[in-house]
Design a protein around this ligand. Sequence first.
Ligand SMILES: *Cc1c(COP(=O)(O)O)cnc(C)c1O
Length: 412
Amino acid sequence: MRLAGFDYRRDALYCEEVALEHIAARAGTPCYVYSSRGILESFSAYDQGLAGLPHRVCYAVKANSSLAVLALLDRAGAGFDIVSGGELFRVLAAGAEASRVVFSGVGKTAPEIEYALDSGICCFNAESEAELGLIDALAARRSLRPRVGLRVNPDVDAATHPYISTGLRQHKFGIALRDAEAIFQRAAQWPHLSLEGVSCHIGSQLLTAAPLEEALDHLLDLAARVPAVRFLDLGGGVGVPYQPEQQAPDVTAFLTRVRERLAGHDLFFFIEPGRSIVAEAGVLLTRVLYRKNSVAKEFVVVDAAMNDLIRPSLYEAHHEILPVRRPARGKILADVVGPVCETGDFLALDREMDNVLPGDLLAVATAGAYCFVAASNYNSRPRPPEILVEGLAWRTIRARESYPDLIRGEQV
Ligand SMILES: *Cc1c(COP(=O)(O)O)cnc(C)c1O
């Protein structure tokens, strides 16, 4: 595990220059807290790592799509990888330019494609011939000729969790590598688009960069055979360490190898990291409500639940849970559970942790990516607020939902 923008001062956990106890007292719990410095440093590792190569780092919006986070990255020079019309709406609402947006996704609808065409996005990553046909038809009506990349499936095993592995032949994503060349040969079928790139995204949370480099080699092979290819898009970034002993690939070293491979090729390069930009720069703050034990188990009941952070329940993801004030009351072995009426509602199982008491604050680490974005109102629980820290300053970038928010749009 690594914290980006958080550390202990004496025995209290801080985000940049602000004590998390202070934020919890003002904003209440549960709440998400993000470090702008942590986000920007992770973004820079990619952007600087590709210096000298014509490139754009397109932040994958789905990892954390809060407007303030998007605006922060926009000011740092990021582009954006979107997978829906809603994400395009967010990027534009954050003040970013459509010309920096790449549109990926296996099931783009006609209204979404029209919205992207009318907004003037940078390019589409198309995932089937049928989609090429639809983009072409919709662009023809507008007399446009959008830039399009073909998402290929390099059949590389990302060796990650099956739900977030996407680059094998049997997965729904992209076009088989061996069919790609023929599609480029038939590009004249689609006069209202310019097929000029190849993209892939083999999966998320990769703890070694080797599969990404293997995928890049496949894209380069294809580019060598197809002169129309002017850009490559390698998809998502590297994984992050969630467990104490886990180690993630070094972004700078990985991108040095990418630059070496691309040297001498006249190709523009896109990469679309999401998780590795924001995950380590976020925590979920939660307060202990009760301690409880049954014959078999010790429970720490907290005010955050699976509706706030679903990753442990959904794919047994591990998140470190840190005391916001180190209590030094010894250790316990406990399940950390929330108030939702599901046995699957837990943040940690059989975790060795500090001997916390009701009222203590905990920080669920590595919660900046794929956490708030997957929050729900299950059990009619209002979603928590999000807070962004910048040095000594902090502000609420998304308010806690209220009870009236829960029934918005409903009728008896
Ligand atoms: C999810 C996704 C990403 C981001 O992946 P990370 O592992 O979060 O870096 C990038 N590109 C595409 C097409 C995606 O679906």
